[in-house]
Every structure is written in C-alpha cells, then in structure tokens.
Design a protein around this ligand. Structure first.
Ligand code: SF4
Ligand code: SF4
Length: 459
C-alpha cells in the first residue's frame, strides 16, 4: 500500500456539528492568539515568566511558593476532564483539543488550495507537474505561515510578547527564542499537516484511558444498529421494510468524512474523537432518503439499546460517578477560590544565617543575623517597619541601623537584618522570637506579617 493510499482524505461536510466545530476553532484561536496581547495594570495579563520565576494571571501573581495553587488547578482540570468525559465522551477532543483545531485549520487550507477529497486524491496519485508543484508550494507556504504565527504566539506566553514581536521583526531574538519558536512552528506544521489523526490514534494517552471514564450512560456518537441494520443500498423510492432492510443505505459517507477514517457502525472505538462529522453526513443522507434523522447521533449506548427517550437518557447523566466527580470538582474550585481570596499580599520568609550562630558583641549584647525574604504580590509598593520580640531588650535592624525596608510592587526582596539582645537577659541556647513586618502601601493598604525564628545565645 502506498503512502497516498494509507492517507485519509476526509470529505468536507456541512451541518450543525460542522458549524459548532468552526465556532470552536474561532473561539479557541481568538483566545490563544489574543490573550498574550492583553494588558493588565500596565503589564502582560497572562505571562509565565520563567526567568523571573513568576506567573501572571490577570490580577494574580504566583511565585514558586504558590506551586500548590498550580497543583490544585491541575487537579481541577483533570477532574473537569473526567466529569466531562463521563457525561459526553470525547467532546473536548472533537471541538477544543489543539491537535483537532489545528488539523481542522490545516485541512481547511488544504481543501481551499487542492480541492475536496477526490481532487486531492487525484493530485497526490498523479505525476509531478508544474500545477502540482504550485499547489503543494502554496499549501505548505500557508501552513508554515500559520505554524510560525502559532509558534511565536506560544513563546509569547513565556516571554513578553510585545518585546518578542519587536525582536522578531528586527531579527534581534536570542538563540533560545529562535530555537523555541522554530521548534513549536515545526511541531505545529508536522502535527497538523502530516500526523493529524495519527496523534489521536497512536500518541494521545487520553484516548487510551477514556474507556474507564465512559459507561453505558455516557453520551457518545453512536450508530443505531437496531434501526440501521440490515444495511443495504436501495433506490430513494424503494420500500425498505418490503426489502427487509434497515435505514442504513451503506453509502459510506460517514466513513468518508471521518477525520480518523473509522466506521462508526462497528461500534464505539477509541479512535473516535466525537467530532460529529459522521452525524452531519448521515443526517444529510437521511434527509435525501426522506428518513428520520439520527441514525448516527449523540446518545448513550443504553438509550440506543433499550430505546430510551432523550429525556430519560439525559436524566441518567446524573449518576453516582458524575455526582462524585461533580462534588469533588465543586469542592476544589470553592477551596481554590477561597484560598486565593484569603492569600496575603505580603509574605516574609526568615532564613537564619547558618554561617554565624549567636555571637557576643560590644556592649554585652548577643547578635544573631538573619536574611528576610519579602514578597509583595500587590500592585503597589509597600514600606515595611521591622521589629522583633520574644526576649527582653531584643532589637532588630538592618546593618545600616535603619528599621524600614521598601518592597516594590510585584517584587521580592532579600535583606540581611541583625537582631541583638542583652547577654545577661536569657539562658544559653535557642530562644523563640517573632519578627514583625508592618507595612504601609501607597494604595492605603496596611499589610502585615509575622514569622517565628530562633535566637541563639552561646554558652
Ligand atoms: S452515512 Fe448513514 S446511511 Fe450512509 S453508511 Fe453511514 S450510517 Fe449508513
Ligand atoms: S466516527 Fe464520527 S464522531 Fe467519531 S471521529 Fe469519526 S466522524 Fe468523528
């Protein structure tokens, strides 16, 4: 079998599900290409600044210490996927997965340049002519243009996109930026232009484990065997019942439009991405034959097997599995929102200077040195007054004697501080003290934080 034979030449299809796929292509791409250009408080609204180790999500700034929020966000995404799959199968794959969306865009370009299924097959199987060369060159130029735009936009989520665009057009990008843009562009071109359904069939892990999330009550694209079989060709005016035939006219349209090249009449297969193209195609055929639509439809296996009404099938969406997923999801979302809402805008970490334990200095004082790391997650600078208590006569100051420190908006700052207490005031050993930072923000806020530390008095 030649490569051309092995390729899938999906036929174009129109209908409600095809329209929904176009809507989702526009929505997801408007989001992907537009989001990094959005500004928030004078900075990029969504930026994963790996260099500065900060993630900006609109008003939220996450630091490495906030990795727990990202972990919870990932768990929420996974639970959302579980719930969605248990309810409606692989709808995410069919409508919003980047692999599907880019394959859809690339296939659309291919159709516009080379023609629909039969024209493309003829072109691929024919000899290389000037026309073929021209069409292939035009297609790949357009594919590469989209791939380059996609790669550059993707990098714009990790490096400020306005600067990136400027550096790109003036050819001033750094070597790593060139590398990653070229890498993602080639990956997009390869995945959406050549690999396409092979990614869904052979590489995507979600396809493999979806079977554990799907049950007989999940809505999936289903062929109604009871109605369709026995299948067979007939004229439009023939009486199917008299011929002993079901409603399937065995036209293979459902197979020809399938982006993964499967026959849904063989039952639910892990390669089915739930795109609904076969539903649109079959409904077209049913209309031409003047049969009722829905021989292939979104329905649960139980509804098709037991002939349940749509309302009864929808009622069965509420079952223990979906209720557990839903409850966990809602609980985690509420917990995350609450934690983010209560998240302090000022944080302080106290790090003891391990090289210098307590030491005696002039004036009969014991001195301990600490490093304080402040994180100001608010959008305005803050002036902090530092103090400490826990020992009689304990005083805390920066090495220059001052007791205040300024931390800029969305910044972190590390300062060394010296704590001193009279040697005669406490017994040798480690003593618990508390370091206080009381702030005054330029926006009128008064953030405050306290951290415990140990103060060491030598023998
Ligand atoms: S499109 Fe419908 S009628 Fe045609 S083969 Fe598929 S299921 Fe049968
Ligand atoms: S079988 Fe139907 S729903 Fe599944 S991938 Fe093929 S065309 Fe899409």
């Amino acid at each position: 079998m030649s490569v051309a034979d092995a390729r899938i030449y999906a036929r174009a299809v129109t209908g409600p599900y095809a329209s929904w796929r176009i809507v989702f292509v526009f929505l997801t791409q408007a989001l992907f290409y537009g989001l990094p250009w959005l500004q928030w408080d004078g900075r990029q609204a969504v930026l994963f600044d790996l260099g500065a180790r900060r993630f900006y999500l609109f008003g939220l700034v996450l630091w490495p210490q906030d990795v727990v929020y990202l972990a919870v966000l990932l768990v929420i995404s996974a639970l959302g996927l579980f719930l969605f799959t248990a309810l409606a199968g692989r709808l995410f794959c069919g409508y919003a997965c980047p692999q599907t969306v880019y394959s859809e865009i690339f296939a659309w370009i291919e159709r516009k340049v080379e023609g629909d299924r039969a024209a493309r097959q003829r072109l691929d199987q024919g000899p290389w002519t000037a026309r073929k060369l021209r069409l292939k060159a035009a297609k790949h130029a357009l594919w590469l243009g989209i791939a380059w735009w996609t790669g550059s936009t993707f990098i714009g989520y990790f490096a400020p996109i306005r600067q990136l665009a400027h550096d790109l057009f003036t050819l001033q990008l750094g070597p790593w930026q060139w590398f990653w843009i070229v890498f993602y562009s080639v990956a997009t071109w390869g995945n959406a232009g050549f690999l396409r359904e092979s990614v869904c069939k052979y590489m995507c892990p979600y396809a493999r484990f979806q079977s554990v999330m799907v049950d007989r009550d999940t809505f999936v694209v289903t062929y109604d065997k009871r109605r369709g079989e026995p299948r067979g060709g007939r004229s439009r005016h023939a009486d199917a019942a008299a011929l002993g035939l079901g409603d399937c006219v065995d036209c293979h349209w459902c197979v020809q439009v399938c982006p993964t090249g499967i026959d849904i009449r063989d039952g639910l297969q892990y390669m089915c991405i739930g795109c609904g193209a076969c539903v649109d195609a079959c409904n077209d055929v049913m209309k031409k034959m003047q049969y009722a639509p829905g021989l292939i439809r979104y329905a649960s296996e139980r509804a098709v097997d037991e002939g349940l009404s749509r309302r009864a099938a929808i009622r069965r969406l509420l079952r223990p599995r979906t209720m557990v997923y839903g409850t966990l999801l809602a609980g985690l979302v509420v917990a995350l929102m609450t934690a983010l809402w209560l998240r302090p805008s000022l944080r302080m970490d106290v790090i003891r200077d391990r090289g210098v334990l307590g030491r005696e200095v002039a004036g009969g004082m014991i001195e301990n040195v600490y490093r304080l790391q402040f994180m100001n997650t608010s959008g305005s600078p803050v002036q902090l007054a530092l103090s400490a208590d826990g020992l009689d006569g304990l005083a805390l100051a920066l090495p220059d004697g001052s007791t205040t420190v300024r931390v800029d908006a969305l910044d972190n700052k590390i300062v060394a501080v010296v704590a001193r207490a009279p040697a005669a005031g406490a017994a040798p050993g480690a003593h618990r003290i508390v370091i206080h930072a009381r702030g005054t923000g330029t926006d009128g806020a008064a953030p405050a934080t306290d951290e415990a530390a140990s103060f060491f008095i030598p023998q």
